[in-house]
Design a protein around this ligand. Structure first.
Ligand code: HEM
Length: 464
């Protein structure tokens, strides 16, 4: 055992007992594509299987070697004790084209300064203000779903989370130019993100003239930045706090100084990316699991009837009392973590689990694989909200339960997300009984976010 308590990787040759060594290459590598075909065939299975080959393994995405960290202890070491030895890695370099350089992609001191400046926008008292928007929009969106009708909720939920984010970011979320620019940007963003993870991208880094290679289009990003700049100019002109997130970003300063206009627009774009797909995937998975479990629905209805007396709309102050709702959401994010695969890159020589990583070495780890490890969770494939008694649901273990990451890069929007998800689940389920459509099975779509491919559900009026 090494200092982290994890077993060192297999030691080839005659290396002395404690000398750092190479990680074993995972089985199934093929010429040119590496492990990419296996990864593409069933990525969730591929990441889950890695733990059978060692605490750290090496896989190839095309020509690019990537270390995969498979033990909870080593993931903790990566994200906390050794965090300063890593930045976010090649995929995030590629993402600077559609995203700019906001909190998600930023490294080192820039990351620290932005993080300190952004944090006040996500403080508890600020989220109380956003909660009214979350509840109103969720109720309005769910009102379109009449009892006795069946809908695919995926598009509804997607529109809802984008609407909530736009309305919390900007005092005037209906600005038509802004809406068009965001829609266009979201379309290319998905293309660029898929590309950044593909073996084609890895080869194109080495052979830029590869046939079929098309660099990401930065036009939509430039148009979105221009619209945002116009809005920022308006805010700067009168200096008022409009109660929205953008006001917070512009007013935030502190000893290290305020953010420049470019930094603010980069952060807005980062929030579109980080705060929409993840929340919509989580809400969709939660409603999916709830619809399949009449016992869970009954307990949720009991809770809503007690906490939301006389059927009133859910409010920010109700969130701590919705204890079983929190258990359901905690279990949903264990079973279906939207950020199923996270990555880092060594910025200096570092040893992890006895494996030597040179500067530039790429590292993946999978919250999904940890959440489905039978050594960490009994019957991990079962949806069991009761594995999280109330205290545990509010404070799950940080390094085997990672839907929001950990350490200095922990999701800055975590409280925002819990509040939004709790209020949205209440809005969609308090007055309805949800039923899945048996003839239309729901499947996971594995992209940069893990989400259901569709969610056809029938709403029934509650009889009790
Ligand atoms: C259920 C919903 C969400 C999930 C599962 C989620 C997940 C995550 C994860 C895993 C990370 C860390 C990534 C890493 O370590 O590489 C992260 C970072 C981040 N998230 Fe979230 N997120 C959610 C909602 C949100 C929301 C609502 C916002 C903002 C409105 C947000 C903003 C961010 C930002 C800005 C970062 C970068 C933080 C940093 O690097 O310092 N997220 N998120």
């Amino acid at each position: 055992m090494n200092s982290s308590g994890a077993r060192p990787a297999a030691r080839p040759g005659h290396a002395p007992a404690d000398a750092p060594t190479e990680a074993p290459v995972a089985p199934g590598r093929v010429p040119l594509a590496g492990h990419a075909p296996r990864f593409r065939r069933d990525a969730l299975r591929f990441v889950r299987e890695q733990r059978h080959h060692g605490p750290v393994t090496k896989v190839y995405i095309g020509p690019r070697p990537v270390h995969v960290v498979n033990s909870g202890e080593l993931v903790r070491e990566l994200l906390t004790a050794q965090a300063r030895s890593f930045d976010k890695g090649a995929m995030f370099d590629a993402l600077r084209v559609p995203l700019g350089d906001g909190l998600i992609t930023a490294a080192g001191d820039r990351h620290l300064r932005h993080r300190r400046t952004m944090q006040p926008a996500f403080h508890h008292d600020r989220i109380a203000g956003y909660a009214r928007i979350m509840s109103e929009r969720s109720l309005a969106r769910s009102a379109a779903w009449a009892p006795g009708t069946t809908r695919d909720l995926v598009p509804d939920i997607h529109r809802l989370t984008l609407d909530i984010l736009l309305s919390t970011l900007f005092a005037d979320p209906q600005d038509p130019e802004l809406r068009t620019a965001v829609k266009d940007w979201l379309t290319v963003k998905y293309h660029s993100m898929r590309l950044a993870l593909s073996p084609l991208h890895a080869w194109a880094e080495r052979l830029p003239l590869l046939p079929g290679w098309r660099p990401p289009d930065d036009g939509p990003l430039r148009r979105l930045v221009a619209v945002q700049q116009r809005i920022v100019d308006g805010y700067r002109a009168d200096g008022r706090d409009r109660g929205d997130l953008l006001s917070m970003l512009l007013l935030a300063g502190g000893p290290e100084g305020a953010l420049s206009d470019t930094e603010v627009t980069d952060e807005l774009i980062t929030l579109f990316l980080a705060g929409t797909g993840t929340v919509s995937a989580s809400l969709a998975w939660a409603l999916y699991e709830i619809s399949r479990r009449p016992d869970v629905q009954r307990r949720l209805h009991d809770e809503f009837d007690t906490v939301l007396e006389a059927g009133r709309p859910p409010r920010f102050e109700d969130v701590p009392a919705l204890v079983f709702t929190r258990q359901v959401l905690t279990e949903t994010l264990r079973l279906h973590p939207p950020s199923w695969l996270l990555m880092r890159r060594a910025v200096r020589p570092v040893t992890l689990g006895g494996v030597r990583l040179a500067p530039g070495a790429e590292v993946f780890f999978s919250p999904y694989a940890l959440h489905h490890d039978p050594h960490l969770y009994e019957d991990p494939e079962q949806f069991r909200p009761d594995r999280w008694p109330p205290d545990a649901a509010a404070k799950p273990p940080r390094h085997t339960y990672l839907p929001f990451g950990a350490g200095s890069r922990l999701c800055v929007g975590e409280d925002f997300a819990w509040t939004e998800l709790t209020l949205a689940v209440a809005a969609f389920t308090a007055h309805r009984r949800l039923e899945p459509v048996a003839a239309a099975p729901v499947r996971p779509l594995v992209g940069t976010v893990l989400r259901p491919d569709r969610l056809p559900l029938t709403a029934h009026a509650r009889t009790s």
